[in-house]
Design a protein around this ligand. Sequence first.
Ligand code: FBP
Length: 554
Amino acid sequence: MQKSPLQIARQSYQPKMPQALRSSLQIKEGAKTQSVADQEEIQRLFPNTYGMPVLTFEATDNADSQATKTNAINVGVILSGGQAPGGHNVICGMFDALKAINPDNQLYGFLGGPSGLIEGQYQLLTGNIIDDYRNTGGFDIIGSGRTKLEETWQFDKGIEVCNKLGISAIVIIGGDDSNTNACVLAEYYKQKNCGIQVIGCPKTIDGDLKNEMIETSFGFDTACKVYSELIGNIQRDANSAKKYWHFIRLMGRSASHIALECALQSQPNVCLISEEVEAKNMTLNDIVEEIAQVVVERAKAGLNFGTVLIPEGLIEFIPAMRTLIQELNDLLADNAAFTSLEGDEAKREYIKLKLTDASRELYRSLPKAIAKQLTMDRDPHGNVQVSLIETEKLLIEMVSKRLAQLKAEGSYVGKFSTQHHFFGYEGRCAIPSNFDADYCYSLGQTAVRLIQAGKTGYMSVIRNLTAPAAEWIAAGIPITMMMNMERRNGKLKPVIQKALVDLKGKPFRYLEENRAEWADANTSYIYPGPIQYYGPSEVCDQPTKTLVLEHTCK
Ligand code: FBP
């Protein structure tokens, strides 16, 4: 493997860890827990893993304090869903912890995501392999995938494969859906008494796997820092050339955490927040008007340039668009008649005939390219793939039209030249920031401590993340505690609650209080610059603004 000088230097970076994970530790058990909602139903569905206590690892002088499994064990690890910086370090943390407990312990990586478990595709992870991936971005050590583990035959196949490899514990590194599946798997294996523990790890750049117990998901920190650097660079260019409005769409399938954090880091002229759009019941035209007004005001001061941040999931939060998308989802599911139609026009006409009046009107009003994107292949959950919908182009086209009207009326005198960008894949595999490198390594270490303590159905969690790493708290949280019942594909299912942007939370309120100033003629851009891996701690080890604001709120 060819390595860059930075990669070589990072290989020897020793991640910082909570003090408790460096010493002999003891487990402190909290009180019994219950799910966030629908307690009776969740308890009925998870009789064996419901109600378990929160576990905290604490340093102790007593070397025998943790119930140790002295025999060598084999553990499997799965990367699930979209890439997030730091995934390799979770695996490195697991590997180092396993070998420290017993050098004969083995770690197997299941290849290509959850399907690797079912299909028996695996790789034994050796010290040499692990060393090549320390502190690197990406998930390429074993690959990832989006296969859902939710059916009994898949679970049974997993038992067969684990038995063949002598695996007694699996760690699933994933987002809300993958951890929900981890919980179902843990319950099934416990009920079957098959001796396989299941532990989850909170991953997703989207930042929407967080709650009272999980302060942030890993990867969010690095991805937001990469995007903010790029936004800052664009803002400096805009402020130098003074000729373009830049419309920048940012990843985040549904929640707007990434857009919000990038706005806090870079102070753009406009940042849309999908959750606010929904709460205010805004239409597409309302959003266009909001942007157009900022363009008009800046033009009055001779500033015909600026930046607009757009969360990827925006389109689904506009109530009328959501209805249209829902109708399209239902209409296009297994629709052979539609698929067999030749040509875009025929498909367009077919759809127009089947939609309700309001949705047809909206569909017709959209630029053809966007309307077509709305009908493209669905993801494995039957949802429209928002990462493929070019909302930034849609908004540019609509704002242009509105400005032309305003110009005709004499209330706009500027020039509106635009550039569009989509930042997503640029950040998902970046070299993890020190924060993510440290955080992920600690998550991996904690996952092994949970296995060592014989636990199942827990998520590995690190808390107190705005403090120096030595003061972080390593914990295990019962996954059932984060669950509620939600309608998915027409059926009520137990799932981990997704965390959208809290409009009463400190990070959004900070944006709300400052955005008029950021939009104003006096440019307040911040240029964050690239992630720094070496140097003063106040530059290298800072958590996201979101985390800091959330903690100062407490
Ligand atoms: P996860 O929820 O699996 O972490 O993935 C998140 C994400 O990066 C979203 O931000 C984005 O919409 C989606 O994955 C893109 O998926 P794909 O990799 O299939 O294009």
